[in-house]
Write a protein of this length. Structure first.
Length: 309
């Protein structure tokens, strides 16, 4: 080989760089071979192959000691950078595969924030996976389910019962009791607990859901169990709106007990007499989630499942 020979058509591989680096740092084929745990003749052949690929000598063999040529010294600088970058790429891919990095889009109904579980769960996950980017958006439940089905959302905090799209499933995060929200001018506002049957003539305000969904269903089912079909009135986009409607006297409402944190002038919260009414907050996700980070979040969330509140 001469210093001006054209490069070989062989492919440069990372192993060639690692062999070269060992010889360049040890400046001794025997020690380099021992470090690499390969036979010395095989290492010498690999270096010759590398020089064929590069098209010039990397080591000066004119003396008894091994030394780098100018080309070898320059090649050493770039070889170290390349190997370091390859290691970085490998670690990055492995971390992504384990779900330690990435991005998760999370949607939630507003009432999920009132329970405290949204902040505690997301905060706990963030501490465990600080390099995963979390995009959190308040979103009406049906929009969440549509976004989950269309891969625009990874995780949804929802209020069952609700029909789930194909490929979407859920599990309960929290169960909590249901209270009655009354205007403070209501005849039963001073009672410690209220029989639903006493409200047969009242208008019930529900969230803006379809028939049989979430608190629309809870309201109808509870009233029917009390012996009457509720008079359904205006609907609210969320429980803040519903609480406001109750406060101004537009009707009464069944709400999750966590909504009691919404303290507005003109509204009181009272227990419902009789059998407890329980509402659920659940985590919605794709059955066959491709994202390791999103799968990690789902698994992490399972540790937050609690019993009736």
């Amino acid at each position: 080989m001469t210093g001006g020979r054209r490069p070989s058509r062989g492919n440069l591989e990372l192993r060639h760089l690692r062999y070269f680096l060992a010889v360049a740092e040890e400046l001794n084929y025997g020690r380099a071979a021992e470090r690499l745990r390969i036979a010395q003749p095989g290492l010498s052949q690999q270096i010759r192959t590398l020089e064929e690929i590069v098209g010039t000598l990397l080591f000066d063999r004119s003396r008894r000691t091994v030394s780098l040529t100018l080309a070898g010294e320059l090649f050493l600088v770039e070889a170290r950078k390349t190997l370091a970058q390859a290691d970085t790429a490998l670690v990055a891919a492995q971390r992504a595969g384990r779900g330690e990095v990435g991005r998760i889009a999370i949607g939630y109904v507003a009432s999920a924030a009132y329970t405290g579980i949204l902040t505690s769960l997301v905060g706990s996950f963030r501490r465990a996976h600080p390099e995963v980017e979390l995009q959190i958006t308040e979103m009406e439940m049906q929009r969440q389910l549509e976004a989950l089905a269309e891969d625009r959302l990874d995780i949804g905090f929802i209020r069952p019962p609700v029909s789930l799209p194909v490929g979407i499933t859920s599990f309960p995060l929290l169960q909590e009791g249901v209270l009655l929200a009354l205007p403070d001018t209501h005849a039963l506002a001073e009672a410690e607990s209220v029989e639903l049957a006493a409200l047969a003539a009242d208008t019930f305000i529900t969230p803006r859901h379809g028939t049989g969904v979430s608190f629309h269903r809870h309201t109808v089912k509870a009233c029917q169990a009390a012996g009457f079909h509720p008079l359904l009135g205006p609907q609210g986009q969320d429980f803040v709106t519903i609480a406001s409607m109750v406060a101004v006297g537009l009707g009464v409402a069944l709400v999750p007990q966590s909504v009691r944190c919404i303290q507005l002038p003109g509204i009181v919260y009272r227990a419902v007499a009789g059998p407890a009414i329980v509402a659920e907050l659940a985590l919605g996700y794709r059955r066959t989630e491709p994202s390791p980070a999103a799968r990690n979040f789902t698994q992490h969330a399972r540790g937050f499942r609690v019993g009736p509140g």
